[in-house]
Design a protein around this ligand. Structure first.
Ligand code: HT9
Ligand code: FE2
Length: 375
């Protein structure tokens, strides 16, 4: 077969994200989209609405995805890769179903998905796969041809994702006052999820007790802490902590919360803390509010110097990693055995989520996995 493009059999890349409000009138309908059927207390919803209103009703996430889109297109063009990139969201325009409809109208039939969530979990993986199944069902009901949809492997441990975070942690350390810098601890943060969801995250057999979500975050945290130690020559304490808890108080979620953690290490005499939000691909509302506003205010109240490391965002190394991951998966789909880059101890994640991976509380169809009802 002469001249197959390097991205064959894929003919489009889909950037799949969360979506966020773009003005005050969007906030309530956005939150209704997010929380439909998910049992979040009203009080919590009012509170989260206030976070958005504090920022003019605008989530930073959409502009960050527009930047990532531009970076991916530039990266593909620079490497002669003629692969169109589309963008669709779970909770706000451009909605996934509209994007998939456009993609099919443009003639594409074999789609590879990049979700803006790097780790295994129901919220970060299977729920996006359910959204893909819902969108395919909508197209099917309209009598449209259905594209085949795959999803890239989890990229939490890819050097193009971890590398920029190492650099960001070092930059944040460098921004602390010199007299507390060497004593500064690292607090790696990610989204809290219910412990029941954490325990069942990832493939049933792969990660043992505690699930893939925590294991993957610990692996990344250790990799970054090691790199920072080598670079600074200081063996500093580090911890994995959580933020953005939302469910009812009687349901256990992953702990400790970043604010409680800051209090605890301050009481133990930590001179400073660098917060490294490894659980988030960009500086969206969880980072801007829960870390930059709430946790930073808590630290000020304690008199504890803190700095926050930047997220990966549209870093060109991340765009290059996505290109590598696309070519890797394309090669694998063609039957080759590509090299698979991964840092840390866990190795590269699976291409195809196995049956029962990150199960939902109430089972629903999910595409782009071994249990997909679609080819
Ligand atoms: C693991 C995870 C990620 C990281 C992976 C990923 O990136 O996907 C993530 C990302 C995000 N979460 C976001 C926003 C929200 N998440 C909520 C609620 C929840 N998140 C959960 C988990 C996660 N969430 C969970 C278990 C819930 C409880 C309800 C449920 O089980 O569904 C709620 C409801 C109100 C509340 O906070 O209680 C909101 C508004 C935004 C947009 C931010 C912006 O606008 O800039 C982003 C990127
Ligand atoms: Fe969330």
């Amino acid at each position: 077969m002469p001249d197959q493009p390097a991205h064959a059999p894929y003919d489009a890349l889909l950037l799949l994200s969360f979506g966020g409000p773009e003005g005050p009138d969007d906030v309530v309908p956005f939150l209704e989209n997010v929380t439909r059927g998910r049992g979040i207390p009203r009080e919590r919803l009012k509170e989260v609405g206030q976070h958005y209103f504090l920022f003019g009703g605008v989530s930073p996430i959409n502009d960050q995805n527009r930047e990532l889109l531009a970076a991916l297109r530039a990266e593909f063009t620079a490497h002669g890769l003629d692969l169109p990139v589309y963008w669709g969201n779970r909770n706000w325009a451009p909605y996934l179903t509209d994007t998939l409809r456009q993609l099919v109208a443009d003639g594409h039939r074999r789609v590879l998905t990049l979700a803006t969530s790097a780790y295994a979990s129901y919220s970060g993986c299977r729920q996006y796969r359910e959204n893909l199944a819902d969108a395919l069902a909508a197209l099917e009901a309209e009598g449209l041809p259905l594209p085949r949809v795959d999803k890239l492997r989890h990229y939490f441990n890819h050097p193009g994702f971890v590398g920029p975070m190492v650099e960001a942690a070092l930059a944040a350390l460098a921004g602390l006052p010199a007299d507390v810098r060497d004593g500064a601890q690292l607090a790696f943060t990610t989204h809290s999820i219910p412990t029941a969801a954490a325990d069942t995250s990832g493939p049933a057999e792969a990660h043992g007790d505690g699930g893939a979500y925590v294991a993957q975050h610990l692996d990344v945290a250790r990799t970054i802490a090691d790199a920072v130690r080598k670079e600074t020559g200081v063996d500093r304490p580090w911890h994995l902590v959580y933020q953005s808890r939302s469910g009812a108080p009687h349901i256990p979620w992953l702990e400790p919360d970043i604010c409680d953690h800051l209090e605890a290490v301050h009481a133990e005499g930590a001179p400073a803390v660098v917060m490294v939000p490894i659980g988030f691909v960009s500086d969206h509302m969880e980072v801007k509010y829960d870390l930059d506003t709430e946790a930073t205010a808590k630290a000020a109240e304690l008199g504890l110097p803190v700095a926050r490391a930047a997220t990966v965002g549209a870093d060109p190394r991340f765009a290059a990693a996505v290109r590598e991951l696309v070519l890797e998966r394309a090669a694998a789909e063609r039957g080759a055995r590509p090299e698979r880059c991964a840092l840390g101890a866990l190795g590269p994640s699976h291409d195809l989520c196995p049956v029962g991976c990150c199960p939902a509380r109430a089972p629903r169809p999910a595409a782009a996995g071994a249990d997909s009802p679609y080819a």
